[in-house]
Design a protein around this ligand. Sequence first.
Ligand code: AMP
Ligand code: ZN
Length: 479
Amino acid sequence: MSLKLHNTLGRELQAFEPIDPDSVRLYSCGPTVYNYAHIGNLRAYVFVDVLRRTLEYFDYRVQHVMNITDVGHLSDDGDHGEDKLVRRSRESGNSVWDIAAYYTEAFFRHTTQLNIRSPHHAPRATDHIPEMITLIQRLEEKGYTYTAGGNVYYDISRFPRYGALAGLDLSSLKAGARVDVDSNKRNPGDFVLWFTRSKFEKQAMVWDSPWGRGYPGWHIECSAMSMKYLGEQLDIHCGGVDHISVHHTNEIAQAEAVTGKQYVKYWLHNEFLVMDRGKMSKSEGGFLTLDTLTERGYEALDYRYFCLLAHYRSELRFSFDALDAARSARRRIVSRIRTRMSEAGSDFPPGDPDQTPVSDTSPAQRYLAAFASDLEDDLNTPRAVAQLWGLLKDDDVPAAEALAAALRMDDVLGIGLASVQREENTSVPAEVLSLVQERQAARTERDFARADQIRDTVREMGYVIVDNAGGPEVKRHDA
Ligand code: AMP
Ligand code: ZN
């Protein structure tokens, strides 16, 4: 096994070698819980899940931590604007605590629907204020901070490697390349570790600190919580590409200044999901949530499958047409699994796929080997999915072995194959019945194009719809 991952630090593919061979310390930036995660955010969490499942597939023991940002993330990733939760609280009339609790719950509901494995720890920023204060004190003792205008700032000129992750040029920052309205800063790249004098009057969440009553900057939370739960050095840290130049750059500056050690060995960043109109943004409203998709009749796992069809480092353009195509492909996979189940009969007992070994000489091994090497190549999920298709289409692979191998693949892909039920000979699967109903609704609305499209999908799944006077009847098309 030779897993290679693209490290943003150095911008190259590197062989993955964890610091401690027995376990992998993985940290991913979590949601800012002032609103629902949009489907772009969810792409980031599907990516981390595929990474984690891949590591587990290759028998690494993974310790995964993801923070919940419930304080300190301003409407700009730098130090401008207003705390996102506070603004939401003012607009909605609910307390910041209620908002955070509500959207945290919604977040985990969505990640569960997407088959995303829960992190081993999901610490909330507001529960770790003492750890953040201690970290700021350690930075202060080492001379990395200054106080101005009531806030504590990180002085980036004290950290010579500042900006290495993003390839930032410090001299251009000093020359004022970034417009900054905070006149307290000595350097425009400096950032706030602790606010006491906020620009906004009604900051609901404040804590006592050596610098006065106030609240932490956003960046300090990830350094404090990652080091608390995973130690001073992490193997992998993930997030979206938007975090490279500010958030992760600042996390490195904080952690490495205090420990003197390399904070993270491999930085992995997912590219964005974009809409036809451009970037999908949580703060600008008008974004799509997983609930929007399920209300429109998609299954959450159709969206997961859609995400897998692009490499995580490629921008992924969302459209409902593309999601439709992903849904019908996933349905064809499910239907093929069912067919193979009836062919396998009692040779394929349902249950733990790991209990159904694929013999070394099985033709399924070729697909499993190719699947593993596609994942080893920086998590190439589009190619890994193609191996699943190859396996399912190949009639030379005995049905029971094809099923066992498909379920092994689903350990990483997570598209719900383990829960496909064996079909009774006489009954029509629930997905087909719901499509038949959807087609009836389309016909009632005189949307015949959609109705025809659904009929074709149903046919691809192995069923025909016959329109009788009393209503539609559905049969297997070989029946
Ligand atoms: P936030 O809740 O805004 O802190 O973002 C949560 C995660 O989603 C971060 O890792 C972001 O980098 C990532 N992210 C934000 N927007 C997108 C997008 N449109 N596509 C993919 N990832 C995104
Ligand atoms: Zn973070």
